[in-house]
Design a protein around this ligand. Structure first.
Ligand code: PLP
Length: 377
């Protein structure tokens, strides 16, 4: 059987890019080439030297993207490990925003959580107050939230942290390549990125460290990654990561598709709420709350209709649990349970949006006993 071409998703309208992006065909080709080559980057023979040169070229590509020197980039097994390395590799009380990804929250369960406002933005006044009582701290604030897409005031948080002698770590996994930023521009001391949200493969990411800052390694037993992370490097993944970085996405096109998705949802059901809709957001995420219509019912109906979306944060568990992000924004558990995330990306098309709108409209009509009306998607 011939597999469908990468990114085509013949069976589904794939609208779950915030969970993981389809791997771009150019990335698959580059990874296949890298996989076909023998060679450990630590070996001194020719194949080893070739592997080393591919590894270092990829490191430079990641470093250039956030304007740091190449030796400030540590490849990890993904965003989760990079977040752990940042938060467990430094000493000090931790202050983390209440809407961080589970890989931050559960890495440091004892951390003090900094609240967000009703729009899902970090409460800077609360952070300032907490910094006065916890110094010098390690503060962790994501650049954009994975459930709502709401962009966080990282540069302001970094200024506050530094004014109190503290460090700032930023999980930029969702924002990477969708927003232009550099490590220095954010004022961050540490930055997490991951390949599988940008058209690269899962299982590879990086922690970026500002000049002069080091972390205590989590993995020891080899000199790799400048002694910061032991273990033979995932070269095919690293090559795929850097290839994905070299591929442009027209985010304005994606934003227009996102806006169409929202307009179609509002037209079908005026009571539906775009969570975080009033705040600056990523161009690709719609967090859609439909009072009275559970995410489970929506996910199942959409899946049956060939449309892949997520509930709030079910990035890894596959089950619909309560969203700590919506809770932090003040939504009741009942409302939070009625939220789905539609997320677009490089492979999304107007046909995907129409398929979503048609399927969602059919579900609403079925529930209200009316016939579905045509959707302006
Ligand atoms: N941080 C955020 C904001 C994420 O959305 C994710 C994945 O969903 C991660 C971290 C974890 O990254 P990875 O899947 O590469 O471990």
């Amino acid at each position: 059987m011939t597999p469908p071409p990468a990114g085509s998703h013949a069976a589904h309208a794939y609208l779950d890019h915030a969970a993981t992006t389809p791997v771009r065909p150019e990335v698959l080709a580059a990874m296949a080439e890298a996989m076909a080559e023998a060679g450990n980057a630590s070996s001194v023979h020719g194949p080893g030297r070739l592997a080393r040169s591919r590894l270092e070229a990829a490191r430079r590509a990641v470093a250039e993207r956030v304007a740091v020197a190449a030796d400030r980039v540590v490849f990890t097994s993904g965003g989760t490990e990079a977040n752990h390395l940042a938060l467990l590799g430094l000493i000090g009380p931790r202050l983390v925003s209440a809407i961080e990804h589970a890989s931050v929250l559960e890495a440091v369960p004892e951390a003090t959580r900094v609240p967000v406002d009703a729009a899902g933005r970090l409460d800077l006044a609360a952070l300032a107050g907490l910094l006065r009582g916890h110094r010098p701290a390690v503060v962790s604030v994501m650049l954009a939230n994975n459930e709502t897409g709401v962009i966080q005031p990282v540069a302001e948080a970094a200024r506050l942290a530094h004014a109190h002698g503290s460090l700032l770590h930023c999980d930029a996994v969702q924002a990477f390549t969708k927003l232009p930023f550099t490590l220095a521009g954010l004022g961050a001391d540490l930055l997490t990125v991951s390949a599988h949200k940008i058209g690269g493969p899962p299982g590879i990411g990086a922690l970026v460290l500002r000049d002069g800052l080091e972390v205590v390694p989590l993995q020891r037993g080899g000199g790799q990654e400048l002694r910061r992370r032991a273990g033979t490097e995932n070269l095919p993944g690293i090559v795929g990561f850097s290839r994905a970085l070299g591929l442009a996405t027209d985010w304005e096109r994606v934003r227009r598709l996102r806006d169409r998705t929202e307009a179609a949802a509002r037209a079908l059901h005026p009571a539906a709420i775009v969570v975080g809709g009033g705040a600056d957001r990523l161009p690709n995420v719609v967090c859609l709350l439909t009072p009275g219509l559970s995410a489970e019912v929506q996910l199942m109906a959409l899946d049956l209709a060939g449309v892949a979306v997520s509930s709030g944060a079910a990035c890894s568990s596959g089950k619909v649990g309560p969203s700590h992000v919506l809770a932090a924004m003040g939504f009741t558990p009942e409302l939070a349970r009625c939220t789905i995330r539609v997320s677009l990306g490089w492979s999304s098309t107007a046909a995907d949006v129409k398929r979503f709108a048609d399927a969602w409209g059919t579900l609403l009509a079925r529930r209200s006993g009316r016939a579905a009306s045509p959707v302006p998607a």
